[in-house]
Design a protein. Structure first.
Length: 441
């Protein structure tokens, strides 16, 4: 491999392990690092340059920007049942995505009224959007209501970095682990977990570092409590195994669940909805051998307790790249005077398919706010950073590029930020009246 930046070298080595050993880097006249996969001649066992496939560009800091091959595009276009549709979302598409993000189980009639369309047109549009964006329906669960706290761990490997498949095998069996991201920058991994208290967290981190293959690697771990203040992290199915083990059981001393305790039936319903938030109550009743109507009652009870905030959507198909912005607070007095402006940036409506930020989380060691944002080109990221710095004082910004989602998923949706807690705080701070909000019921 030619003399290349560390980020480029690391990505190529990882891809050789996970994708293909026959990769080649070439530097273009413009100074870009081009990635190719080549075929080998069976007899000479040498690279056949006539059969090299261009895979994309690798940026200096280790982000692969995939190539778009015209033949592949033609096949995708042919498979699209609605060939004449403009892939740019219409005003009606955005309204439908907004309503589904706020209430994924809403009747078509209400969505149609909000979008200003006929019921039949809206039903067709929903199906079209589901296919175009590979939309999944899932519950937004408030983990604090069931006594769980979030923690984030940043991991920096000192020498050899484990292959992604090895990290996945080490962590996928641990139910507390919800999201594992391979990153480039100051750290190699970002791991988000849920735990009920610090003692259990200590045991969890120990089990990750000492009881799995992760123990083979020299690494530094930095773990801090992390409260998600905007957006949420979808739960892995494995997490419900943990909930099942701590489910409330009737005893002489405990005749009804305490606040935050869940019953087996509640957990079963949440698990079914986590797999498919559009599942019918009749199907849930049948899956769990419940009397007709039982799951509908259980669901409403969980909503009334604010354990399930809403059924929302995850827009799974999009062509953007994920970045974690770490906004470190360096001067609390200056930050406190401008934090409302940061809130305004956090909930800023971009009028696109998804919100600008999918997650915002507060961490404490050091005191920081983490923003998970999506970009399609570098200029977008620079614009975001400029806006944050111009509005917020007493901060420093660094970034982590997400090169791979190893475990879990990130929820991309079109959330109405008038329902965000940051919006309420802006109104209070500026002594503004509550504006009219759409009732997504």
């Amino acid at each position: 491999m030619p003399d290349v930046p560390e980020g480029v070298r690391r990505v190529v080595e990882r891809l050789k392990t996970e994708y293909s050993p026959y990769l080649k880097i070439e530097r273009s006249k413009a100074g870009k690092y081009l990635l190719y996969e080549y075929k080998r001649d069976k007899e000479s066992r040498k690279a056949d340059r006539s059969k090299m496939i261009y895979l994309g560009i690798i940026t200096d800091d280790g982000i692969l920007i995939p190539a778009r091959h015209r033949e592949k595009e033609k096949k995708e276009e042919k498979a699209n049942t609605d060939r004449n549709v403009d892939l740019k979302p219409s005003e009606y598409d955005l309204k439908i995505l907004r309503y589904l993000s706020m209430n994924g189980r809403a009747p078509v009639q209400k969505i149609a009224k909000f979008a200003g369309l006929k019921n039949s047109v809206t039903e067709y549009a929903i199906k079209k959007l589901e296919k175009r964006y590979d939309i999944k329906y899932l519950p937004e669960i408030d983990m604090t209501k069931i006594r769980f706290t979030g923690f984030i761990s940043f991991v920096r490997f000192k020498g050899t970095v484990p292959p992604i498949n090895e990290v996945k095998m080490a962590l996928e069996g641990i139910p507390e682990v919800q999201l594992v991201l391979a990153t480039t920058g100051d750290y190699h991994l970002a791991i988000y977990t849920f735990s009920m208290n610090n003692d259990l967290l200590d045991a969890l981190i120990y089990s990750i570092m000492a009881a799995t293959d992760m123990k083979k690697y020299d690494a530094e771990w930095y773990t801090t409590p992390s409260s998600i203040v905007y957006g949420f992290i979808p739960l892995r199915d494995k997490f419900f195994d943990l909930l099942g083990r701590i489910a409330w059981k009737r005893t002489k001393e405990s005749t009804k669940p305490a606040p935050g305790e869940l019953t087996d039936k509640e957990i079963a319903l949440m698990r079914d909805m986590n797999k498919d938030g559009a599942i019918t109550f009749a199907e849930i009743d049948q899956n769990n051998r419940l009397n007709v109507g039982t799951s509908r009652f259980i669901y409403q009870r969980l909503v009334d307790k604010s354990i399930i905030k809403r059924i929302t959507i995850n827009i799974s198909r999009h062509e953007k790249y994920n970045v974690i912005l770490i906004v470190k607070i360096t001067n609390w007095e200056m930050y406190d005077k401008s934090r409302i402006d940061l809130f305004s940036e956090m909930i800023k409506d971009t009028y696109g398919v998804t919100n600008r930020y999918s997650i915002a989380a507060v961490t404490y060691y050091p005191s920081s706010i983490l923003f998970l944002t999506q970009i399609s080109e570098e200029s977008e990221l620079e614009e975001i950073k400029r806006e944050i710095i111009s509005k917020t004082k007493g901060i420093e910004i660094s970034e982590l590029r997400i090169s791979n989602i190893i475990l879990g998923s990130i929820c991309y949706r079109n959330f109405d930020s008038m329902y965000a807690i940051q919006y309420q705080r802006i109104l209070i701070e500026k002594n503004l009246p509550l504006s009219h909000r759409e009732e997504y019921t």
